[in-house]
Design a protein around this ligand. Structure first.
Ligand SMILES: C[S@@+](CC[C@H](N)C(=O)[O-])C[C@H]1O[C@@H](n2cnc3c(N)ncnc32)[C@H](O)[C@@H]1O
Length: 369
């Protein structure tokens, strides 16, 4: 990918060596960081080198009557942009059309602060974020905009969210020969790079040995992105997550995909750890008999902060641990603890965030004999 804004826009920071070079550099850094835990060659999965992000967010820059999309610049200011080659093609096609409509409508552009896009196979969510109250006149104009652009529009302002038609879009995820359909909800977490996401899920599934798979416990499950594809390999799955909205879409995603062996519960990792350690009882678990499960595998995909110390200690009781991480540094910290009881069987690097220094990793650990 080439971009007119390389060196100016603060969003891409590793571009000098091209796509392949930046990924090789990240692999080199990972090898050094993880060498205490894993000596064998890493498996490495590349991204497509442009149009790989299905989520994007731009600031709005106002200059008199004119508006522009803007990103933070490398020097802390802003850079005005027309296109963003890392955002998917549907988002790029929408940018000039949206700008034109906003140009024509003082009501829609007044105090517009930023715009977020979530692009899916079956539609596009556009969230307009304002520094003003969204009144009836705004709502009428926004309805026209929604119709004109064939998108699902949401307005946000100081804790108020106005959903004009629906706050979700359905995406299709192709993993090996299967296609899953996922409802993605505005404001809830979803993986930003669809092709790398599919590769991560396929990699995890390919490492599962049917002879060892009984029941699966998943922490930080989001809307069921990994849960649904993994559920086919297990008798039963218990999956937990802190966000109410994500759990709601996870339940709907089970229905969308005809999956029946998953129980989703809204609980933090810390709460679930206490429940399974029999330290606390939770009303939210009253329909769930924890003793019915025979967990062979623990799957975790925590936020950048990684797992807390207590959750790592809890993980030690599982025969197999699958850890997906978006932060190599917290992963290295957690591996310090996890490798006291487990050894790393497989390690993969996924270029989920090209042209940045961020890297996604997948680690499969097996209990030491
Ligand atoms: C990196 S995302 C992964 C989600 C999902 N695995 C996916 O692939 O879409 C991390 C998730 O952890 C959730 N989360 C954050 N802190 C948590 C906690 N303390 N306990 C449980 N879930 C948490 C977030 O809401 C988010 O959905």
């Amino acid at each position: 990918m080439t971009c007119d804004y390389f060196g100016k826009c603060g969003s891409c920071t590793a571009y000098n060596k091209g796509y392949t070079g930046q990924f090789l550099d990240k692999q080199e850094d990972a090898r050094a960081l993880f060498s205490p835990f894993y000596k064998k060659p890493f498996e490495a999965f590349a991204s497509t080198s442009s149009h790989y992000r299905n989520r994007a967010e731009f600031r709005i820059w106002h200059e008199g009557e004119a508006i522009d999309f803007a990103m933070n610049s490398v020097d802390g200011g802003r850079v005005l942009i027309e296109q963003c080659p890392k955002a998917d093609k549907a988002i790029n096609a929408l940018l000039p059309r949206l700008k034109e409509v906003l140009k024509q409508s003082p009501l829609l552009r007044h105090k517009l602060f930023s715009v977020e896009f979530l692009s899916a196979h079956e539609g596009m969510l556009v969230t307009l974020i304002y520094h003003k109250k969204l009144d009836h006149a705004w709502e009428e104009a926004a309805r026209e905009l929604e119709k004109a652009l064939h998108v699902r529009l949401i307005g946000r302002s100081r804790g108020v969210k106005k959903v004009l038609s629906q706050e979700w879009v359905v995406d299709a995820l192709h993993v090996k020969e299967k296609t899953y359909r996922f409802k993605l909800l505005e404001g809830a977490f979803s993986q930003p790079n669809r092709s790398v996401n599919a590769q991560m899920i396929a990699w995890v599934c390919s490492k599962l040995d049917p002879l060892t798979c009984k029941d699966l416990l998943e922490l930080y499950c989001g809307h069921g992105n990994f849960t649904l594809p993994l559920s086919g390999h297990f008798r039963a799955v218990l999956a937990t997550e802190i966000s109410k909205a994500s759990i709601k879409s996870a339940l709907e995603n089970c229905t969308l995909n005809g999956t029946h062996n998953i129980t989703f519960v809204r609980m933090s990792a810390e709460e679930l750890t206490s429940a399974l350690n029999k330290e606390r009882e939770f009303v939210r678990l009253r329909e769930v008999d924890l003793d019915d499960y025979d967990f062979s595998h623990l799957f975790v995909d925590p936020p950048r902060a990684g797992m807390d110390e207590k959750s790592c200690a809890f993980a030690a009781q599982f025969e197999h641990i699958i850890y997906i991480s978006c932060n190599p540094h917290t992963l290295a910290r957690d591996l310090e603890l996890l490798t006291k009881t487990h050894e790393v069987a497989h390690f993969a690097l996924f270029d989920q965030f090209p042209y940045t220094h961020h890297l996604e990793s997948g680690v499969i650990l097996t209990k030491k004999t």
